[in-house]
Design a protein around this ligand. Structure first.
Ligand code: HEM
Length: 174
């Protein structure tokens, strides 16, 4: 994108192109992150767990690029405008909340943090990712969209991935 923008490869509105593609990559990476545990259990592939941290950090990386595109290229670091946009447009409010919640998860995605917090607290903190998935779905659903079905496809995948966890938890406690 950094090469394509000055060369005119990103169409008539390169900022919109960058915002949308970084947003799409963020949600795809979030789906991949949340799919790892159900896939590991369903396919009995324990090695998949090794990819979970990387997938989570890739999600944060794209969310950061997506957020910075909005902050810099869309709002030009105009702090009044930024606060107004977060307060007034519900899809921005929930997107911003999702991004803010991703920050502590990214910071604590290392073995030293698991040790410092204790496994149970760390796990509780990282279960915020389910709430992040709900906020990300609302963010996408509330956008004015050319293809109104696409956000519902992601929301359905998230519902399935969260549902699988609830099912397994319920079965374990039976
Ligand atoms: C976990 C966090 C987030 C996810 C998963 C996410 C995901 C997405 C997705 C999938 C799109 C639509 C892409 C498309 O058109 O195909 C999008 C668009 C957009 N997002 Fe996000 N986003 C997140 C956070 C944020 C944040 C923090 C902001 C700014 C505060 C933001 C601002 C926008 C804007 C301005 C658009 C384009 C709206 C339009 O085209 O009219 N997003 N995002």
């Amino acid at each position: 994108m950094a090469i394509g923008a000055p060369l005119g490869w990103l169409g008539a509105n390169p900022i919109e192109f960058i915002t949308r593609s970084t947003g799409t990559w963020t949600i795809v990476a979030l789906v991949a992150t949340l799919a790892i545990t159900p896939l590991r259990r369903a396919l009995n592939w324990p090695w998949l767990v090794r990819l979970r941290r990387t997938a989570g950090l890739i999600t944060f990386f794209y969310a950061f690029l997506h957020f910075m595109t909005w902050l810099w290229l869309d709002r030009f670091f105009d702090w009044n405008d930024i606060v107004k946009d977060i307060a007034k447009r519900p899809f921005i409010t929930v997107g911003f909340a999702a991004f803010v919640l991703l920050i502590p998860l990214a910071i604590t995605s290392n073995n030293a943090s698991i040790k410092k917090l204790g496994a149970a607290t760390w796990q509780r903190l990282h279960s915020a990712v389910y709430f992040i998935a709900i906020l990300a779905s609302l963010h996408f659903i509330w956008l004015a969209r050319r293809n109104p079905n696409e956000p519902y496809v992601y929301a359905a995948i998230f519902a399935l991935l969260l549902g699988a966890r609830i099912y397994w938890k319920y079965r374990k406690s039976e």
